[in-house]
Design a binder for this molecule. Structure first.
Ligand code: DGJ
Length: 557
């Protein structure tokens, strides 16, 4: 406590005090990514870390005063990490003159609430447009050119073809990373960085590439050798949708963009993807040269101009452009989906070619809660974070997400221990979805959307046999972890679960012991021993109310 009071006072007076102020310095390696089997884990203070996050509103972190009353609410919401924007315009109001008071306040206050941070670099592009560059960049459009669309009309988007734009952004980002290292290099409050935000050419119908003179010159020029060399090396593992485009042109390895990839919007998107990637890649490089924290990019997925008319920002790191982004921006560690309309599909698409799943912006409430469990259990996710306008703006507690984050925190040692080795999976089910089967350890586990309210989450004491589907959450989710040849932990909400052996021996599986309980500091504390009504007379498990159950199975014929 005495240390805390000293911290507060010191922080007001000097950065040095801020740098010295900390939890016991760990002296451990800086946050980094590490493989475990097929999974990639984020290591913080020497231990694997699951990000249970919430993203602040875009401009909340620009004001330490505005944020002051919010931190305790965020800590109470069972978050362990807050995603917070850093505005280029705010930290470099004059060229070469930096003011880090806002990010310093955010780092200090997050740290004093035992929260980690992911900083979001709002710089050249934010949701495609350039509203975050400093005024001295915005005003000098000759030195810092804009994208032009058909007819040569400039739009408020910095052109990715300008070295001046790129280098100004990279210099500022390097200054930020140098500063974060100074004030947090030992405490590791800041654990990861997002570079830019949902970039890509604004999706104007018909506009798929920058038409400025330097962009046109590049488009008429040869497809870069660097990209073609990368594609040849990765030819057998390229993402199918992208490979098809290249194959259609006969896998040419040289020529103009159109000669290699054909005429059409796909080529414009590949062209823009490559040039955005080169730009962002240099920015990330400059930042990592100062402080090599893991870095990712987020993507606004598909919007719809009209029903069935998907629109997307040209060049954005969508799954089918991930190879181009890997080639152009190798220092970006992860590509992330935001607010996926069809979550299951996009989680699968974004975990192709070893891309770890990091979800910065997602639903809140019951829907978000179900998606979080699925992301961690089915895709060994590193992070799940809700956004929906800004986590600090919520006026009532998000009970569903709080309960789910509490559940995941309880099971964290188990989840982290079983990532990447096929002994963990999860299902996500809507009321109209058929049951889902997943192979986990020695059994195939089948999860079905719980039809009756008794099993669907309504408290046991009010047995109401209601209509199809449950009222508390439109989506149900469950996680399954095999901790022994015939032992599992299962947890979630609104799912009934059955098991069938997938190894030689008696063909049928039955529920032997079923316990309901919780984990305290990683130790299983059983409460009730379940059978009868609570297991549908031994027919299946009923997962409800974010409950955890331990089950042992027996085989028979
Ligand atoms: C997605 C963006 O990444 C966020 O910054 C925010 O603009 C939301 N869309 C909308 O609130």
């Amino acid at each position: 406590m005495k240390m805390r009071i000293f911290c507060g006072v010191a922080a007001i007076f000097s950065f040095a005090a801020l740098a010295a102020c900390s939890r016991a310095t760990t002296g451990t390696a800086i946050p980094h990514l590490q493989k475990q089997g097929t999974a990639t884990q984020l290591i913080v203070d020497g231990k694997p870390f699951l990000v249970l996050g919430g993203e602040l509103s875009n401009n909340g972190p620009t004001s330490v005063e505005y944020m002051k009353p919010k931190w305790s609410m965020l800590a109470e919401a069972k978050l362990n990490t807050v995603l917070a924007g850093v505005s280029w315009a705010q930290i470099e109001p004059q060229e070469g003159k930096f003011d880090f008071r806002a990010p310093d306040g955010v780092i200090r206050d997050a740290r004093s609430h035992n929260l980690r941070l992911v900083l979001l670099w709002f710089a050249s592009w934010k949701n495609s447009w350039s509203s975050y560059p400093p005024d001295w960049v915005k005003k000098d459009f000759d030195r810092f050119p804009r994208v032009q669309i058909a007819g040569g009309k400039s739009i408020e988007v910095l052109s990715p073809f300008s070295d001046a734009n790129r280098d100004a952004d990279a210099r500022a980002f390097a200054a930020l990373m140098r500063h974060v290292k100074e004030v947090d290099g030992r405490e590791h409050t800041v654990i990861m960085i997002q570079v830019e935000n949902e970039i890509g050419l604004p999706s104007e119908p018909g506009e798929y590439r920058d038409r400025s003179p330097m962009a046109e010159k590049a488009y008429q020029g040869p497809a870069p050798k660097e990209l073609m060399d990368y594609l040849q090396q990765q030819k057998d593992t390229l993402i199918p949708e992208f490979r098809q485009v290249w194959e259609a042109g006969g896998f040419k390895t040289s020529g103009t963009w159109e000669q290699v990839f054909g005429k059409g919007t796909a080529t414009s998107e590949i062209f823009m993807g490559w040039n955005f990637a080169r730009y962002v890649g240099r920015v990330a490089e400059a930042g990592k040269a100062e402080y090599p924290l893991p870095m990712y990019m987020n993507t606004w997925l598909l919007g719809f101009a009209k029903p069935n008319e998907p629109i997307r920002n040209s060049g954005t790191p969508m799954p089918d452009l991930m190879d181009v982004w890997h080639a152009g921006a190798p220092r970006i560690d992860i590509f992330s989906p935001d607010n996926a309309t069809n979550f299951v599909t996009f989680c699968a698409k974004y975990t192709q070619s070893g891309n770890p799943l990091f979800i910065p912006e997602e639903e809140a409430g019951p829907e978000g809660a179900a998606r979080a469990l699925y992301a961690f259990g089915h895709h060994d996710a590193i992070a799940f974070s809700r956004m929906r306008g800004g986590v600090e703006r919520r006026t009532t507690p998000d009970t569903a997400l709080i309960e789910m984050y509490d559940l995941i925190s309880q099971m964290k040692p188990l989840i982290l221990g079983h990532q990447g080795d096929g002994t963990m999976s999860a299902v996500l089910l809507g009321p109209n979805d058929p049951p889902q089967k997943v192979k986990v350890g020695n059994y195939t586990v089948e999860g079905a959307f719980a039809r009756s309210r008794l099993t669907a989450g309504a408290p046991a004491q009010e047995p109401v046999y209601g209509p199809v589907g449950n009222v508390s959450s439109p989506t149900a989710a469950a996680i399954f972890i095999a901790t022994g040849p015939d032992e599992y932990y299962a947890a979630g909400n609104g799912v009934s679960v059955t098991f069938s052996p997938n190894t030689p021996g008696p063909p049928l599986a039955g529920l032997a012991t079923v316990e309901e309980g919780s984990f305290v500091n990683g130790r299983w504390i059983p409460v009730r021993r379940l059978a009868g009504d609570d297991t549908a007379q031994g027919q299946h498990l009923n997962l409800r109310n974010m409950g955890i159950q331990r089950v042992t199975l027996y085989r028979y014929r």
